[in-house]
Ligand binder design. Structure first.
Ligand code: ADP
Ligand code: ZN
Ligand code: MG
Length: 486
């Protein structure tokens, strides 16, 4: 199968759970993991006579997001009822925003390309249904359980323009969006835990044509990796269908992680099926000038700016800057270590962080706050290498120990007797002994060609290190050897 001749057009709809203390329209805690149906009240259960009241913090979060990504915030936005019946929706309708969303027309730069975001609107989350028996699927289930703790949790739906062209770019977009939302402190944005859910709209068209093809919406991707896989599969599927002379049906398809394919679910409802109408129990959302200004003032440094700063100030690569900024708390940890640095370079701190520290976090699944190593411990380690007390290789072992148990690099060095020998007098004595004991090698070095010289010199250096049990300062040893062999 060939993908040449076609181009994919992709638009993403990201649903993000906002990390407010309480739900969107009631005072119930917005908290994951509680016993089922313990965070509920008449409002989020949709009991007759209850009335919703908009949570001010949700509006503040949306305004912060608007300020970060340049959205326009209309004077007024309105909530609407989206009518459908599903048991995880206790009211028979979902309160959402439809024709007049709170944010319009933002954009985000992803690897130098601006991806438009047509809108972001507020809505309430549904409850969670668990189908019991028959492998957890609804049509085989004996009965189903519903937990309404999530019903009424605030969601922001962020709808991109169809500006994305590849699965790779889609992943980068989500990753950047996630970084922004995390930096703003408005969501945990964890795809694996469902606090960020991304649906992908995918179509293909012959390269060089303007008109979009028929789009298919794919759901149920719960990691960046499956998002990418699902989009790639879908692009291939659509191209194959077109090549076979078939037409693409507009539908919603379900990504199956296990078989790596998308499967048709149902033809997509048109918006008319939802019989949207303005929510009569809520007034329009009209954020004041003060609220807008306060939100703009609350925007911290965004990931792109932070990466640029790390590249400029510390001399790290763009890729390393991305790791530092993307991993929770890693850039802050590195910055604290750099502040505590007395000897050595910020770049060395960054290298340890993206290298050995990251490897340890990945291996153990721990987060950086729980490491026994504090930032000033890492600064100490970098200082020990910079001062020539230990070699980089020794520092790796020392760091490994400090990542496992609460101790200090200097303490590990002292306990293990790892100090590098940097005393020139002591090193010179060893060099002289080694040269005397290997007079043949020295003679061969002196009479040999470049290749022989290199070989003999390497051998003599190795003998010196052996005599020093690997703890000789390599720079000083090299200098001494050069001097003696000249
Ligand atoms: P719907 O009416 O089905 O909700 P929208 O026009 O509101 O469709 O778009 C929903 C999402 O689909 C947006 O992210 C948009 O960028 C994307 N989209 C729209 N048309 C296409 C297309 N032809 N191919 C791929 N994505 C598309
Ligand atoms: Zn409630
Ligand atoms: Mg739409």
């Amino acid at each position: 199968m060939t993908t040449s001749g076609y181009e994919a057009v992709i638009g993403l709809e990201a649903h993000v759970e906002l990390a407010t203390a309480t739900k969107l329209f009631c005072g119930c805690p917005n908290e994951f993991g509680a016993a089922p149906n313990t965070h509920v009240c008449p409002v989020c259960l949709g009991l007759p006579g209850s009335l919703p009241v908009l949570n001010r913090a949700v509006v503040e979060y949306a305004l912060r997001f608007a300020a970060a990504l340049g959205f326009r915030v209309p004077d007024e936005s309105i909530f609407a009822r989206k009518n459908y019946f599903y048991p995880d929706m206790p009211k028979d309708y979902q309160i959402s925003q439809y024709e007049e969303p709170i944010l319009v027309d933002g954009s985000i730069e992803v690897d130098g390309v601006h991806i438009g975001i047509e809108r972001a609107h507020l809505e309430e989350d549904t409850g969670k249904t668990t189908h019991m028996g028959g492998g957890g699927r609804i049509h085989e289930a004996d009965y189903s359980l519903v937990d309404y703790n999530r019903a009424g949790v605030p969601l922001m739906e962020i709808v991109s323009r169809p500006d994305i062209r590849t699965a790779e770019q889609a992943r980068a977009y989500v990753s950047e969006l996630r970084g922004v939302l995390k930096a703003l402190g408005v969501s945990d944005v964890k795809m694996e835990e469902g606090s960020m859910r991304v649906d992908a709209n995918v179509s293909v068209r012959p390269v060089g044509t303007e008109a979009f093809g028929t789009k298919v919406e794919i759901k149920n991707m719960n990691s960046l990796r499956s998002l990418g896989r699902a989009i790639d599969f879908e692009i291939e599927r659509q191209i194959a269908a077109l090549e076979a002379g078939e037409r693409i049906v507009q539908e919603t398809r379900h990504w199956d992680e296990a078989d790596g394919r998308t499967h048709g679910m149902r033809t997509k409802e048109g918006s008319s099926d939802y019989r949207y109408f303005p929510e009569p129990d809520l007034v329009p959302v009209a954020p004041s000038g003060e609220m807008r200004a306060a939100a703009a003032a609350a925007v911290p440094e965004l990931p792109a700016a932070r990466r640029a700063r790390l590249v400029a100030d510390w001399g790290v690569s763009e890729a390393d800057a991305r790791v530092l900024v993307d991993v929770d708390g890693l850039a802050d940890f590195a910055a604290a270590a750099v502040d505590a640095l007395r000897d050595g370079a910020a770049r060395d701190v960054a290298n340890w962080c993206t290298g050995d520290v990251m490897a340890h976090l990945n291996e153990t699944g721990l987060s950086i706050e729980v490491l026994p190593l504090a930032p000033d411990g890492l600064a100490e380690l970098v200082g020990l290498v910079a001062a020539g007390t230990i070699s980089r290789n020794q520092a790796k072992d020392v760091l490994a120990e400090c990542l496992r148990a609460p101790t200090r690099p200097a303490q590990v060095v002292a306990e293990r007797g790892l100090e590098q020998v940097s005393d020139t007098g002591a090193l010179a004595a060893v060099v002289d002994e080694v040269l005397a004991a290997n007079a043949d090698a020295v003679a061969e070095y002196r009479s040999g060609d470049d290749k022989a010289k290199k070989k003999k010199r390497g051998f003599l250096m190795g003998e010196c290190m052996k005599a020093l049990r690997g703890q000789g300062n390599p720079q000083l040893l090299n200098a001494l050897l050069d001097e003696r062999l000249a």
